[in-house]
Design a protein around this ligand. Structure first.
Ligand SMILES: [Zn+2]
Length: 163
């Protein structure tokens, strides 16, 4: 059973805390919708730190493999997850101020009870391609020479059947 972590995000950043672990993909219901196969797991590292201006941040690093569905042939598609992002922790009262600045930094609201699993799931969802397809040459439809149009009517039909 996966132990769900909740952290006080600002405190976590100030102390430079770090947690490491693995989470099965089955623990991420929103991600499940995107997957062809529910199996797999993600290794994660969440670390608290400060940027050069002393602003509290969380660094999230994830590695793993999930299986998406190719939007062309609808077969499984191995999709490696390897991402690392730094998220500025912003107090509720500062949100407006920050969004008006031309700061490229991703930010999340500071939370005393931050759900680490939800954060990980968000990061993965954000990183997934809108429509995953096999690289040309390995896709079934392309190999069969039936990929005449951008979106094969067969793939569309099969997609409807799966709904
Ligand atoms: Zn394909």
């Amino acid at each position: 059973m996966f132990a769900r972590h909740f952290i006080d995000s600002l405190d976590f950043a100030f102390k430079g805390s770090e947690i490491l672990g693995e989470v099965p993909l089955t623990e991420m219901p929103r991600l499940q919708d995107k997957l062809a196969v529910p199996e797999g797991k993600i290794s994660y590292m969440v670390r608290g730190l400060h940027d050069k201006n002393g602003m509290p941040m969380l660094e999230v690093a994830l590695t793993g493999l999930c299986q998406l569905r190719c939007q062309r042939c609808l077969e499984k598609l191995d999709y490696p997850i390897q991402l690392s992002s730094r998220l500025l922790l912003v107090q509720e009262s500062e949100l407006d101020e920050f969004s008006s600045e031309e700061d490229e930094q991703d930010s999340i609201p500071a939370d005393k009870h931050l759900d680490v699993l939800a954060l990980i799931e968000d990061e993965i969802l954000l990183s997934l391609p809108f429509a995953a397809v096999h690289p040309s040459g390995t896709c079934q439809l392309v190999a069969n020479g039936s990929d005449r149009s951008e979106k094969s009517p067969f793939a569309v039909l099969a997609g409807l059947k799966n709904k």
